[in-house]
Design a protein around this ligand. Structure first.
Ligand SMILES: C[S@@+](CC[C@H](N)C(=O)[O-])C[C@H]1O[C@@H](n2cnc3c(N)ncnc32)[C@H](O)[C@@H]1O
Length: 269
């Protein structure tokens, strides 16, 4: 018997019906999603999850987690769902941290802090500060990081402890970079269920990148690196902002992840 009094055979029957409903609602991976939903709840609770998914809520917000860099990261309704392409930020940051003694990492625009959680899983001793302007994201980040990191709420670096100025080895950010006018063309899952604050990069998509480029040099130690996720098309413009701020810029792209990261290194002297 399930919690709600259903039988296993009944649940198997449900699976076919759920798959059909999801397919009719336009879910491309209906069968896979049905299995995931059915493994998350049963009976009336499962029916409520199916309704939410059919109404267009992202699957990850419905089941409450997303797979990211081998972890299960908690995701609540109304927050940005970490994307697989952002695993490139983790890989590049992890490579840069190798061999650094007692490194300090700051993640800005952290959302639910998937990048920080992945870095801490790879390097448990890391000193890490994560921050976001959205209180819902800050709550999610605290759930995912617990007492392994300091999580602050505020605009970019405003609430990051001042003692870290000039001490940061890696400053990492997947900040919003969708040009305002392009938000209307995004899939409804993003447009309707993720906050505009998480998507809107201003008229040219570079508003936050411009501010990050201006602020980063003052927080990086010599040889420290700022890593910013960008679109493949927008990466050149972000690299130019970092170069203009006195950093040595490089664009890294990964075809498998379809991810792009712009790195800006503070010169040693
Ligand atoms: C594209 S989402 C990325 C979230 C997370 N880094 C990830 O990859 O899952 C951008 C995040 O930036 C945050 N944000 C937007 N403007 C901000 C600002 N001025 N200061 C701090 N965070 C900001 C949003 O609340 C959102 O959580």
């Amino acid at each position: 018997m399930t919690d709600d009094g259903g039988t296993a055979a009944g649940d198997r029957g449900d699976l076919g019906a759920i798959t059909s409903r999801l397919r009719a609602a336009g879910c491309v991976f209906a069968e896979e999603e049905a299995r995931l939903l059915a493994s998350s709840a049963a009976g009336a609770a499962l029916a409520r999850l199916v309704e939410r998914r059919v109404a267009g809520e992202p699957l990850e917000q419905v089941v409450g987690w997303v797979a990211f860099d081998g972890l299960r990261v908690v995701v609540e309704p109304g927050v940005f769902v970490p994307r697989r392409r952002t695993e490139l930020l983790v890989r590049v940051a992890d490579r840069l941290l190798a061999g650094r003694a007692e490194p300090v990492v700051v993640e800005l625009c952290c959302g639910v802090a998937a990048v920080s959680a992945a870095l801490l899983a790879r390097r448990p001793g890391l000193e890490l500060v994560a921050g976001d302007l959205d209180p819902a994201a800050v709550r999610g980040a605290r759930r995912n990081l617990g007492d392994r990191a300091l999580v602050v709420g505020g605009d970019l670096l405003d609430e990051v402890p001042a003692r870290l100025r000039g001490e940061v080895d890696v400053l990492v950010a997947n900040a919003p970079y969708v040009p305002t006018a392009a938000i209307a063309t995004m899939p409804p899952e993003a447009r309707l269920h993720e906050p505009a604050l998480a998507l809107d990069g201003g008229a040219d998509g570079l508003a936050l990148h411009r501010r990050l480029a201006a602020a980063a040099p003052g927080w990086l130690r010599p040889g420290g690196v700022v890593l910013i996720e960008a679109s493949e098309r927008g990466a050149g413009a972000t690299a130019a902002l970092l170069t203009a701020a006195g950093l040595t810029a490089e664009v890294v792209h990964d075809d498998d992840l379809d991810g792009t990261v712009v790195a800006g290194t503070r010169p040693l002297i």
